[in-house]
Design a protein around this ligand. Structure first.
Ligand SMILES: [Zn+2]
Ligand SMILES: [Zn+2]
Length: 137
């Protein structure tokens, strides 16, 4: 990924710009990420919080993460799209949801973490038929 990129929520009320290269990116299969993503994992990248500039109204929710840290998640107050989180273990970093990127294809995952809580259907199930979009009946 470059060192300058943009993203936002689904409805457009929340927009952000990042002015630094991501420090890390990956897929997390922990149970918290499963709950808030509504599927088997969340895809996140880390950037310095002071290089993350967000506009628009956000709702936040704090919880105790598996790591023992306090995590606060921020979602669009209008459409509830997950945007980013900040953890007490690394308060200088924004953990940004890769799907919020204007060009999500630019995301470069380096690892799959918390595979202990992975579910079998969330993975590289090469034997399954694949569909580029919704299957047609
Ligand atoms: Zn929104
Ligand atoms: Zn997680």
């Amino acid at each position: 990924m470059s060192d300058s990129f943009k993203g936002g929520c689904q409805c457009g009320a929340v927009r952000y710009t990042v002015t630094a290269a991501p420090m890390w990116g990956g897929h997390c299969q922990c149970t918290n990420c499963q709950k808030f993503s509504g599927t088997g994992h969340a895809s996140n990248y880390l950037v310095p919080l002071d290089a993350f500039n967000v506009t628009g109204e956000l709702s936040d929710f704090s919880y105790d993460a598996d790591s023992g840290n306090k995590m606060t998640r921020y979602v669009c107050a209008v459409c509830a799209s997950p945007i980013y989180g900040v953890g007490s273990g690394n308060p200088a970093a924004a953990v940004v949801r890769a799907g919020s990127l204007d060009t999500p294809a630019d995301f470069e995952p380096k690892a799959l973490i918390y595979t202990d809580s992975a579910v079998a259907w969330d993975g590289e199930e090469k034997s399954l038929p694949t569909f580029p979009k919704m299957p047609q009946r």
